[in-house]
Structure formats: structure tokens, C-alpha cells
Design a binder for this molecule. Structure first.
Ligand SMILES: Cc1cc2nc3c(=O)[nH]c(=O)nc-3n(C[C@H](O)[C@H](O)[C@H](O)COP(=O)(O)OP(=O)(O)OC[C@H]3O[C@@H](n4cnc5c(N)ncnc54)[C@H](O)[C@@H]3O)c2cc1C
Ligand SMILES: NC(=O)c1ccc[n+]([C@@H]2O[C@H](COP(=O)([O-])OP(=O)(O)OC[C@H]3O[C@@H](n4cnc5c(N)ncnc54)[C@H](O)[C@@H]3O)[C@@H](O)[C@H]2O)c1
Length: 474
């Protein structure tokens, strides 16, 4: 039997949260053991962000070719080789994979154990017979696609984000169950690459986003031919000779939709199974491991980060949390996770970014004082690029503080960065008004939205009188 490993930190899971924790701890010369049972890089690299953004990029090229006429350029209808598109997706994963590899982490001084990890008691983890007793643990075991208990689904072949990127032939008719970010990003990409696509959503499409901004995305999807079925609950799935079919229930009754391929994208389930959480006295529920604001679990030696920690499920959140837990672990400094400034972006075209509170959330909490908007159509760069759909929306609290922001339109993901700085640093609308934005850029839209706040002052009689009076003084 191998000798017991006694590192300072044992990290479970080599996805976004685990890799960030391990690399940052190793940079301080700390002994780290990293345990991973599947592919290094976790969901983001292998089944999530990276392959989805690569597929979206391919779809964008198709859209750009179709739009070329507007710029005076004639090309024929683009020919899509779906299998070659998948080679491109694989190529992107392969290009990034060395950053997350066992070799790279071992070169950083991390001991990587390729195995399933399980707590056997409050202080000990077993990984394929290797016993680890660490001073502190960070669980970053992520999440898996949630498979809903729909009649007939288990008996029917279906895809999830873990399998769809390996599909080599183009689906004739992709039916997507779930109209969240996974469902809509992949729906638009497949539509652009030549599939007929239907998305069925039991509640509201992009339900976590501001409906005013989400509407811009949904309009574009409909224009491109994606069939969006809102308020449509899937009640049964059947295998069928010619392909799967689903039965939906809407206000108007029941309806059957025939598909060639089925994609299930109805949210995530935390990977708590088989982790030995009970043996380690770590509380959890259906959302994930229960953590305090400093991300510590009910076992004081153990922290949890990323998708398994029950909060927002994004790579940048996992990275942020990984940075936080190292402060108490390495420096014994207290930390408190903030959630009021978190950004997220849905990478449809147009992209949709949201930071902090939406208008509805700010209203519900009583913090809302004002909402400012500026449309893409009033921006010279957006006109030059012929992408004029979209807007920036600023949500203001007391004293003109920017407590939330949203942006939908061309390059909204990039624009989200500047607005994320404003919300995260508790900036006022005057900060956004006063910075100098190079012309012509899309980021000017954020600045112009801020200037709307001052428009009423220019119309006030006493301000106008003061201006006239000062002019008379020479
Ligand atoms: C299709 C899709 C697109 C996405 N796009 C984006 C995006 O554009 N931007 C964004 O910010 N987020 C995106 N996400 C979300 C993002 O992928 C996740 O939030 C992120 O990967 C979470 O990181 P994590 O470290 O918590 O978990 P993961 O990346 O899932 O890593 C967990 C790792 O733990 C391992 N593991 C689990 N249990 C054990 C065990 N007992 N022992 C050993 N190892 C174990 C798993 O094998 C896995 O490798 C997307 C997700 C999907 C599904
Ligand atoms: N760009 C990004 O950052 C990005 C992209 C993809 C995924 N993600 C992350 O992954 C997580 C999971 O994404 P997701 O889209 O799977 O989940 P989600 O929870 O965001 O959306 C799932 C949708 O499915 C609907 N639904 C549930 N059961 C249904 C049923 N039986 N019939 C029809 N509709 C049903 C829900 O109402 C919901 O709108 C997201 O919360 C996000 O954190 C992020």
C-alpha cells in the first residue's frame, strides 16, 4: 500500500475551481494533492464553455457569410461540413488542454492522483486505495446534467452537453428541452449550421435575465428560424421508429413534436454522489454542498467551490471562489463571498450580459432609484458594423450608485467587463460619465447611458439662468 499522503491542501476535482485552487496554492510553495476521476479541465474545457463557444464561433461564420450582402459583398450560400466543424471544436479543446494537463500541474509541484475521491472520515480521503490526510480540503467536484423524471426519457436515446459535441452528423431536427443558456446557445449554433431546431421551455426563456434584454435575443433566434415554444412542459418522450418524439403540454392542450435528435438541457445536479460527505460530516442538499459565506462547509477542515457549492454555476464564479478560499487556508485571513456584483454572459448572437441586480431584483429589494438606457442604434460603431440591435441598461441605487447593469448586442460579453468593474467597485454614474471612451467603440454606449442621468439638469430653469448669467460676466 502506498504511503499516506499528508499535503497541506487536497483538492477534489480538476475543473475550473479545482485547477485554480491547486495552481494558486502551488505558486506559494504549498504541498497540494489534486484528485481527478475524469478528464483534466472538467466540464468547462471538455463538455461546456470551450466546445460550446467553439461551435458558436463556427455558426457565427455562417451568419457573417449570409450577412455579407449588406456590406456589398456577394458570396454563395455557405456549405457546412458538420463533421469538419466538430474537428474544429476538438482542435480548440486540444489547443487549451495542455494548460490543464497532469504534466503542467506536476511541473507546478502538484501531486495529481487520477482517481475517484471519497471521504472515509472527517479527516481522510481515499482515492483508489491511496489515503490522503490533508490539513485542509477544497471540494471542487462540479455538477452533471440534470435528467428530469419525464415519462419515457430513460428509454429514449438523448444527448446532453456531455455527448452532443461528439455528434458527427448534422441533426435534421434538433429538439432541445430547456430554454436556459445551454439550450439557447446550442440551439442557435445548430440552426446556423443547418439544422431545424425547436426549443421547448416549461417556464420563461432565459428566465434569470432581464426580460427586456432577453427579448432582443429571442427575437433574433426567431428571425433565424429557431422555433421557440414557451410555457411548454414536456410530459412524455417516446423512442419511435423514425426518431424520438416529445409530447408537450401547453395552455392549448397536448401536442407531439417529432425530432431526429433530442438534447436535454434543464439545469444541473451537483456531483455529491459517492463523495462520502456523510462520513465527513458535510451537509448538502439537492442544490449542492452547504457553505457559509466564507465557503467553509459544516466540516471546518473542508471548503467547497464552484458548481458543487450550490451558488451561481459559472467558470468565473468557480475561479473567484477558489481565490477566496486560499486566503483563510494559507493566510488565516477572514473572507466573505459577495454575490451582488457577479457577472454572467449568455453567448448567443447577440450576446446578453448581466452584472449585479436586474431592474426587477433592485425593485423587489427596494434599492431601485433609477434606470438608464442607451440603444446600440445611437452608436456610430454599431452602425458601421451594421449591428444596431441592442441596448445598455444601468440600474441605479441611492446616490447614483450603479448596482446593476445589463447589455445585449454585438460584443456584449466584452462590454460586460467594464460594467462589471463599475458594479464591483461600487462606482457612481458620474464615474461612467467622466471616463474617456475612445471613438468609435461600442463601450461608448455605456458612457452615453450614464449621461442620460444628467439630461434633466440641462433642462432645469435655474441651471439655464445661471449659464446665461455667467455668460454675461464675460
Ligand atoms: C454547455 C455548457 C456551457 C457553459 N458555458 C459557460 C460559459 O460560457 N461561461 C461560464 O462561465 N460558464 C459556463 N458553463 C458553466 C461552467 O462550465 C461551470 O460552471 C464550471 O465548469 C464549474 O467548474 P467546477 O470546477 O465547479 O466543476 P467542473 O468543471 O465540473 O469540474 C469538476 C471536476 O471534478 C471531478 N470530480 C467529480 N467528483 C469527483 C470525485 N468524487 N473524485 C474526483 N474527481 C471528481 C469531475 O470529473 C470534474 O472534472 C457552461 C456549462 C455548460 C454545461
Ligand atoms: N454562457 C454561460 O455562462 C453558460 C452557458 C451555458 C451554461 N451555463 C451554466 O450552466 C447552468 C445550466 O444551464 P441550463 O441551461 O441547463 O440550465 P438553466 O437552469 O439555466 O435552464 C434550464 C431551463 O429548462 C427549463 N426546464 C426545466 N424542466 C423542463 C421541462 N421538463 N420541460 C421544458 N423545460 C424545462 C427551466 O424552466 C429552465 O428555463 C446555467 O445555470 C449556467 O450557470 C452558463
Amino acid at each position: 500500500m502506498a504511503p499516506i499522503l499528508k499535503p497541506d491542501i487536497c483538492v477534489i476535482g480538476a475543473g475550473s475551481g479545482g485547477l485554480t485552487t491547486a495552481a494558486a496554492a502551488a505558486a506559494f510553495g504549498v504541498k497540494v494533492v489534486l484528485v481527478e476521476r475524469g478528464k483534466m479541465g472538467g466540464d468547462c474545457l471538455n463538455y461546456g464553455c470551450v466546445p460550446s463557444k467553439a461551435l458558436i464561433a463556427a455558426g457565427k461564420h455562417v451568419a457573417a457569410i449570409r450577412e455579407a450582402k449588406r456590406f456589398g459583398i456577394s458570396v454563395g450560400e455557405p456549405q457546412v461540413d458538420f463533421s469538419a466543424v466538430k474537428d474544429h471544436v476538438r482542435g480548440v479543446i486540444d489547443a487549451i488542454a495542455p494548460n490543464d494537463s497532469v504534466e503542467r500541474f506536476e511541473s507546478l509541484g502538484v501531486t495529481v492522483v487520477k482517481s475517484h475521491a471519497e471521504f472515509v472520515d472527517e479527516k481522510t480521503v481515499s482515492a483508489a486505495g491511496q489515503i490522503v490526510q490533508a490539513r485542509r480540503y477544497v471540494i471542487a467536484a462540479g455538477s452533471s446534467p440534470f435528467v428530469p423524471p419525464i415519462d419515457g426519457l430513460k428509454e429514449t436515446p438523448f444527448f446532453t452537453n456531455e455527448t452532443i459535441f461528439d455528434l458527427r452528423e448534422r441533426p435534421d431536427h434538433l429538439v432541445v428541452i430547456g430554454g436556459g443558456p445551454i439550450g439557447l446557445e446550442l440551439a442557435q449554433a445548430h440552426r446556423r449550421l443547418g439544422s431545424k431546431v425547436t426549443v421547448v421551455e416549461a417556464g420563461t426563456f432565459l428566465g434569470r435575465d432581464d426580460p427586456e434584454l432577453a427579448a432582443v435575443v429571442l427575437d433574433r433566434l426567431r428571425e433565424e428560424g429557431v422555433s421557440l415554444r414557451k410555457g411548454a412542459k414536456v410530459v412524455a418522450v417516446r423512442k419511435g421508429e423514425a426518431g424520438p418524439s416529445i409530447t408537450i403540454e401547453t395552455g392549448g392542450g397536448r401536442e407531439e413534436i417529432a425530432a431526429s435528435h433530442l438534447l436535454v438541457a434543464v439545469g444541473r445536479a451537483p456531483n455529491v454522489e459517492g463523495l462520502g460527505l456523510k462520513a465527513a460530516s458535510i451537509d448538502y442538499d439537492a442544490k449542492g454542498i452547504k457553505v457559509r459565506p466564507d465557503l467553509r462547509t459544516t466540516n471546518r477542515r473542508v471548503y467547497a467551490v464552484g458548481d458543487i457549492a450550490g451558488g451561481p454555476q459559472f467558470t468565473h464564479v468557480a475561479n473567484y471562489q477558489a481565490g477566496l478560499v486560499l486566503r483563510p487556508i494559507l493566510f488565516r485571513l477572514p473572507v466573505k463571498e459577495r454575490r451582488d456584483h457577479l457577472p454572467h454572459v449568455t453567448f448567443t448572437d447577440p450576446e446578453l450580459g448581466q452584472i449585479g441586480a436586474t431592474e426587477a431584483e433592485a425593485k423587489a429589494s427596494g434599492a431601485l432609484k433609477d434606470v438608464l438606457r442607451w440603444p446600440y442604434a445611437e452608436n456610430d460603431r454599431a452602425q458601421a458594423e451594421r449591428h444596431t440591435d441592442g441596448l445598455v441598461k444601468l440600474v441605479l441605487g441611492k446616490g447614483g450608485r450603479i448596482i446593476g447593469a445589463g447589455v445585449v448586442g454585438l460584443a456584449a460579453g466584452e462590454m460586460t467587463n467594464m460594467l462589471s468593474l463599475a458594479v464591483g467597485k461600487n462606482m457612481a454614474v458620474s464615474d461612467l460619465r467622466d471616463f474617456i471612451s475612445p471613438y468609435p467603440t461600442l463601450s461608448e454606449i455605456g458612457k452615453r447611458a450614464a449621461t442620460v442621468y444628467y439630461r434633466p439638469y440641462t433642462e432645469k430653469a435655474f441651471v439655464r439662468r445661471a449659464v446665461r448669467l455667467l455668460a454675461r460676466l464675460g
